[in-house]
Ligand binder design. Structure first.
Ligand code: SF4
Ligand code: SF4
Length: 126
C-alpha cells in the first residue's frame, strides 16, 4: 500500500519537467500555433469584416489616425481594436480579411497586471 505512492513519486522525479522557466526559456510552438494578432494599418481598408465575423465580439472598430497614400495624415478611420482576453484564436478574422492585413502570430506574450492591458488599440497591433 505504502510502496505504490513512493514508487510513483520516485518515477515522477525522474521525468523531465513539463513546464519551462519562463521568460528565460520559451515553449516550443507547433507550426500551426496562433496567438496575438498583427495588423498592418497601411493596407487595412476599414471594411469591418473581421469585427462582424468574430464569434466572441473580440473586435471593435475604433477611430485611429491614418497615414497612407489613400488615407492622408491627420484623417481618422475605423480600425480593429482587439480584446485579447476574449479571443478564441479561431483565425476567422484572418481568413475573412480581404487584404491579409490582419494575421495571427506566434506571439504568446499576453501577461498583464491590469485587464485593460488586454485591449489592444490598432497602433499596438502593428
Ligand atoms: S481569432 Fe477568432 S475570436 Fe479571435 S479576434 Fe479573430 S475571429 Fe475573433
Ligand atoms: S483588418 Fe481586414 S477585415 Fe478588418 S477592417 Fe481591416 S481590411 Fe477589413
Amino acid at each position: 500500500m505504502v510502496v505504490e505512492p513512493i514508487l510513483k513519486t520516485a518515477a515522477s522525479m525522474l521525468k523531465k519537467p513539463t513546464t519551462v522557466e519562463f521568460p528565460d526559456k520559451k515553449e516550443i510552438l507547433t507550426d500551426n500555433y496562433r496567438c496575438i494578432q498583427k495588423l498592418d494599418i497601411n493596407t487595412c481598408i476599414n471594411c469591418g469584416a473581421c469585427a462582424r465575423i468574430c464569434p466572441n465580439q473580440t473586435i471593435t472598430m475604433v477611430e485611429a489616425e491614418a497615414d497612407t497614400a489613400f488615407k492622408p495624415k491627420g484623417t481618422t478611420k475605423l480600425f480593429p481594436e482587439i480584446n485579447i482576453e476574449r479571443c478564441l484564436f479561431c483565425v476567422l478574422c484572418e481568413e475573412v480579411c480581404p487584404t491579409n492585413c490582419l494575421v495571427l502570430t506566434k506571439n504568446t506574450e499576453v501577461e498583464a497586471y491590469d485587464r485593460r492591458e488586454y485591449i489592444k488599440r490598432p497602433e499596438e497591433l502593428e
